[in-house]
Design a protein around this ligand. Structure first.
Ligand SMILES: [Zn+2]
Ligand SMILES: [Zn+2]
Length: 101
């Protein structure tokens, strides 16, 4: 019997960021970063696009800069109790990423 997906719930745990970073593919463009990974809560794969435009002007982009990204699960699987205007299972966490370029 297949396991039912988790019910939608806005939830975060300290372990989520490290879990998500495991096997995470980060593709950095000039204007956005695309994170391809597995949700640490529901284990469904999803892509998260983080625009970088807001960072420019705040501070010059230097190699080695770190920045934080709040990521939320955006998997395509329908979780029970998911609000109509929302996606994923509701899990969210904050990643600390290093900018290379
Ligand atoms: Zn999911
Ligand atoms: Zn999820």
């Amino acid at each position: 019997m297949p396991r039912l997906p988790h019910a939608f719930k806005e939830i975060t745990r300290t372990s989520y960021a490290a879990d998500h970073l495991t096997g995470l593919r980060v593709e950095g463009g000039r204007h956005e970063v695309v994170l391809s990974g597995i949700c640490p809560r529901c284990r469904h794969p999803f892509q998260f696009v983080h625009p970088l435009s807001g960072f420019r002007g705040l501070r010059p982009a230097r190699p080695g800069n770190t920045y934080t990204v709040q990521v939320a699960c955006l998997c395509a699987v329908e979780h029970p109790d998911c609000p109509e205007d929302d996606e994923g299972c509701g899990a969210y966490w904050v990643l600390l990423l290093r900018r290379n370029a």
